[in-house]
Design a protein around this ligand. Structure first.
Ligand SMILES: [Zn+2]
Length: 389
């Protein structure tokens, strides 16, 4: 159900983006104003507990007894939602989906799709109204306002991934509305200056040097061996890891006990950890979360490099650093680059290859930089299925 909710969110954001991109990108001042304007406590609303529904249903006991399911639903009094296990920020639509899944009531309105809600110690407020839409975070409680949409800047034809990279380099940085869903397709502008898919590329998109039109490729080049170390075939390290990623994780020195999440366990968790597919009959998500408790930052950097040498685009999510909220737990988020994955993860691997944080802000990742060799391995693995930046 959540995926339906999410895809409709994506569609509505998408529609918003399409209307927005005819005009110039929002200035940073505009979004700052929006963020300070609407921060208000909604404690008053939260003290208005809903009326118990028992009184209404008691009157119709005779007919109710024939419909036990209906009655038990109708007579349940929903509790107020806590922070769903994560203090932090939630796009209104995601908070609503979580409230439905958890059968609880939010004390703030979720009718404005651009509202970014904050939950701290069980108390909900509207943090801001996003001027350019709201983006899903990597885990619950890490949603963020989206970057402004880029005015369409394509002269002839531009691969989505390459156009997205160009947008992030503009001042102010902006996002291409058809990215990451169309990163491997050829984008352009229509006569009204709207972003369009000029051509869907079945085999990927060739990014020509600046000034030369990009084009769809006819055949995907077979990636040669990245020259990485041999790695023995072993049983799956834990549920939800792709068999090849499982072997590579062991070769990077990971043990099953270090893995905290593969396919997202929470029913309404952010889309990044939903299942990506199956391989050899095993369900997998290309993203894995690893515990970092007890490790020094030097050890964490060494592990990130070992992971990259084994094909993982990985970030240490350090609270309060590189765009990761201070309220969230530290961990490593690692995406195995060599397998089929959902669009959000493709966008993250592309970010990683560009030295960015893989979050909605797409800022430079400062905690650690991979070696050229490690970056080359991840890039080559990614090119099995997608066009790297
Ligand atoms: Zn993760």
């Amino acid at each position: 159900m959540l995926s339906i909710v999410r895809s409709s969110i994506t569609r509505s954001l998408f529609a918003l983006s399409l209307t927005a991109c005819a005009s110039a990108p929002m200035s940073p001042d505009a979004s700052t104003d929006a963020s300070s304007a609407d921060t208000r406590s909604l404690d008053a609303a939260s003290s208005d507990r809903p009326e118990p529904l028992d009184a209404a249903t008691d009157d119709v006991d005779a007919t109710d007894s024939a419909l036990p399911d209906v009655r038990s639903d109708a007579s349940r009094v929903d509790a107020m939602c806590d922070c769903f296990g994560h203090d932090g920020t939630y796009c209104a639509a995601n908070a609503r989906a979580l409230a439905t899944a958890n059968r609880c009531t939010l004390p703030v309105s979720t009718s404005n799709a651009n509202a970014l809600l904050r939950c701290a110690m069980g108390r909900w407020t509207v943090a801001t109204t996003c001027a350019n839409g709201c983006s899903d975070g990597e885990v619950d409680g890490t949603d963020e306002c989206s970057l402004p949409t880029c005015a369409c800047f394509v002269r002839s034809a531009w691969c989505g991934a390459s156009a997205a990279r160009h947008g992030l380099g503009l001042d102010p940085p902006c996002r291409v509305p058809l990215s990451p869903a169309h990163d491997d397709d050829l984008l352009g502008c229509d006569s009204s200056g709207r972003w369009i898919v000029q051509q869907s590329c079945a085999m990927g998109c060739f990014q020509a040097p600046t000034g030369v039109a990009d084009y769809c490729i006819d055949t995907r080049p077979t990636p040669t061996d990245p020259g990485w170390a041999d790695c023995a075939r072993r049983p799956q390290i834990t549920y939800g890891v792709h068999p090849e990623a499982s072997d590579r994780m062991r070769c990077a020195g990971i043990t099953a006990g270090q893995i905290s999440q593969t396919i997202g366990g929470a029913p309404a968790s952010a889309g990044y950890h939903l299942q990506d597919g199956t391989s050899m009959g095993l369900a997998y998500c290309a993203a894995t979360d690893l515990r970092t408790g007890g490790m020094s930052e030097t050890q964490i950097r060494a592990l990130l490099e070992a992971l990259a040498l084994n094909g993982f685009a990985a970030w240490y999510r350090k609270p309060g650093s590189d765009g990761w909220p201070s309220s969230e737990a530290p961990h490593i988020h690692a995406v195995f680059a060599g397998v089929v994955m959902k669009t959000q993860l493709r966008g993250q691997v592309r970010d990683w290859l560009l030295g960015l944080n893989g979050l909605a802000s797409h800022t430079t990742y400062r905690f650690w930089t991979p070696s050229a060799r490690a970056r080359g391995i991840v890039r080559l693995l990614f090119s099995r299925n997608y066009t790297p930046p």
